[in-house]
Design a protein around this ligand. Structure first.
Ligand SMILES: [Zn+2]
Length: 214
C-alpha cells in the first residue's frame, strides 16, 4: 500500500498521539537542548515497506507547532511535500522498525541513562537483577535477570546502524547508546512509553545501587 492510500484519519490519529507523548515528556524535562526524538508507524507493515511520523530536526520540543512532525518511508524519505527535515537519528528508527515491526519508538537523553551506559560500557550491557520494574518491560518471571544492550555511539549516525542488528536482544524492547541515550519501542505508543519509563527507572536504580555498594 502506498502512503497516499492510508486514510487521513489514521495519519491524524498518529500525529495526535505523538503530540500528546511529546507534551508529556517535555513537561518531565525529557528533551534537554532539543535532544530526543519520537516516532510512530502508520498503515500496514512489511519489513521493506512502511511509513512513520517522526519529530522534525532541531525543534524546541517543549512547544507544539505545525512543524513538529513529518511522515517518512522505510528509507527515511519524506512522504509529502515539506520543508521539514526528519531527525538526524531517523536511520536508527528505520532500522528498529525493519528488525522488530514495532509500532512506536521513543528516544530520550537523560543523565542516568548516560551514566549507566558508561559505567557498564566494558561489558556492553547493563545488568538488572530481580527489580520489580523489569515487569514494565513485559518480562514476568520471578527474580528475572536481564542485560540491556549498550551500543557504540558515533557522531556519524549511520555508523551506529550495523550494530543494532547485531546487538538487539530478543525480549528487551530497547537499546542504549553509549553516553547518549535510550531507544525504547513497543507495539503502540502506550507500550513504548511504558517501556521507556521502566528503563529510566531501572537505570537510576542500578546506578544508585552501584554507588551504595562501592
Ligand atoms: Zn539522541
Amino acid at each position: 500500500m502506498s502512503f497516499a492510500h492510508i486514510t487521513t484519519e489514521d495519519k491524524q490519529r498518529v500525529l495526535q498521539e505523538l503530540s500528546a507523548v511529546k507534551a508529556d515528556f517535555a513537561s518531565r524535562g525529557f528533551f534537554p537542548g532539543t535532544s530526543g526524538n519520537l516516532s510512530m508507524r502508520v498503515g500496514p507493515y512489511k519489513s521493506d515497506r512502511f511509513y512513520f511520523a517522526i519529530t522534525a530536526s532541531g525543534k524546541d520540543k517543549t512547544k507544539s507547532t505545525p512543524e513538529d512532525f513529518l511522515f517518512v518511508d522505510q528509507n527515511g524519505q519524506a512522504c509529502e511535500a515539506t520543508t521539514l527535515k526528519p531527525s538526524a537519528e531517523t536511520v536508527i528508527h528505520n532500522e528498529i522498525y525493519r528488525l522488530t515491526g514495532c509500532g512506536a519508538i521513543f528516544h530520550i537523553h537523560s543523565v542516568f541513562n548516560s551514566l549507566v551506559s558508561e559505567l557498564f560500557w566494558e561489558r556492553r550491557a547493563v545488568p538488572v537483577e530481580g527489580v520489580e520494574l523489569i515487569k514494565g518491560l513485559g518480562i514476568w518471571e520471578e527474580e528475572a535477570v536481564i542485560d540491556i544492550p549498550i551500543l557504540s555511539n558515533f557522531a556519524d549516525v549511520p555508523r551506529i546502524v550495523p550494530e543494532i542488528s547485531e546487538r538487539i536482544a530478543e525480549r528487551i524492547p530497547g537499546i542504549l547508546l553509549r553516553k547518549h541515550g535510550i531507544y525504547a519501542w513497543g507495539n503502540n505508543a502506550f507500550e513504548a512509553k511504558r517501556h521507556l519509563e521502566a528503563f529510566e527507572f531501572l537505570f537510576e536504580y542500578v546506578y544508585r545501587w552501584q554507588l551504595l555498594n562501592k
